[in-house]
Each structure stands twice: as structure tokens, then as C-alpha cells.
Design a protein around this ligand. Structure first.
Ligand SMILES: [Zn+2]
Length: 181
């Protein structure tokens, strides 16, 4: 998001050259640049010893798709701490072996998604009130429930990483893509 007014004093911003970044919105009253901002989020694929993964559906959600656990990083929080916190809050699980996969840009909402896969022993999920559903599903069946790719590059990115790591067949995982419910 590009600033047009100063978030501190409310003045309309001008632009000022900022080295290699070129012209950047600038408040002459506060003597401060306002670089474009975006949200940072995590997305976490949780798997167990049987290669099942957790898929969830938000309570407000009307589409038939499912997703992995995801949430916004809070100020002062690391992406790793956020991944652990979100999984605990949403499905009641303590993670082990958190592995960083990489980042993905989610253009529709201007979000930088930090992707992880994480192991946890199989256990009952204790769902947050935010969720309409949270379930373990066989890892090779998860692909058909995910939002189409694009816009869900982050979900598919960590999913492909998981399949490769666990020696599972991506063709098997995506073959029934049209049988979502
Ligand atoms: Zn200002």
C-alpha cells in the first residue's frame, strides 16, 4: 500500500528521492519517508507420522476450498514464533521440527507469505472458534482441496515441498483436482 497522507500528522505527502529507491512518499513536516507497506503472514503445512496433513476452513468462508494454517505476523514477533502460535491457536497443536520453505507473494492482498512445513505427532485437533473445520487428511489427497494455483502459490509451494520431502507422488496428489467438495 502506498501512502498519500502522513500517518503521523495527516499532511499530504510529497515525494523525495531516496537513493536507489528513487522517489519515495515524504512528509515535509515530520521529515520522514513513508515507504510502501504490506502485511507479513505465515502459512504452515503440519504433517504427522502417517503423512497426513492438517487442512482447515474458516468460519466466514463460503468457497469449497480448504487451506493450511495461516495468519498475520504481529509486530515484534518472528515468523517462526508466529507459525508456532498460529498452529497452537487454530488447531491446538504444539509443533516440532519447523522447517522454512521460503517466501511467496500473495498479490490479491499484498501479503508476503512465509511458508513452513512442520511435524507434529498425530493427535486430536482442538479448533479455534474462527474455524468451521479442521481435519487431518492423507497427504496425497490434500492437493484437490486447495485453492486453485494461482492465486494460492504459497499453499501449493509448501505442499510440493512436503510431497518431495516425504517421497510422495505429486501426480497422485493432484489427479482428482476436480472432485473437490
Ligand atoms: Zn507528517
Amino acid at each position: 500500500m502506498r501512502y498519500h497522507y502522513c500517518p503521523l500528522c495527516g499532511n499530504r505527502l510529497t515525494v523525495k528521492p531516496a537513493g536507489d529507491d528513487g522517489d519515495v512518499p515524504y512528509c515535509t513536516s515530520c521529515d520522514r519517508y513513508w515507504f510502501e507497506i504490506f502485511n507479513s503472514c505465515v502459512i504452515v503445512l503440519v504433517y504427522n507420522d502417517d503423512d497426513e496433513v492438517i487442512l482447515e476452513k474458516q468460519a466466514y468462508q463460503t468457497s469449497p476450498y480448504r487451506s493450511f494454517v495461516a495468519g498475520y505476523i504481529q509486530p515484534g514477533e518472528t515468523a517462526e514464533a508466529c507459525a508456532v502460535r498460529e498452529v497452537k491457536e487454530e488447531v491446538g497443536i504444539d509443533l516440532q521440527d519447523l522447517e522454512y520453505v521460503g517466501t511467496f507473494w500473495f498479490a490479491p492482498r499484498e501479503q508476503l507469505m512465509h511458508g513452513y512445513i512442520a511435524y507434529a505427532p498425530k493427535q486430536e485437533l482442538v479448533l479455534s472458534k474462527e474455524l468451521a473445520e479442521g481435519i487431518w487428511v492423507p497427504g496425497t489427497e490434500a492437493g484437490k482441496y486447495l485453492y486453485p494455483d494461482p492465486p494460492a502459490e504459497a499453499a501449493h509451494g509448501i505442499y510440493r515441498h512436503f510431497l518431495k520431502k516425504r517421497g510422495l507422488d505429486p501426480d497422485e496428489a493432484y489427479k482428482d483436482k476436480d472432485k473437490r467438495n
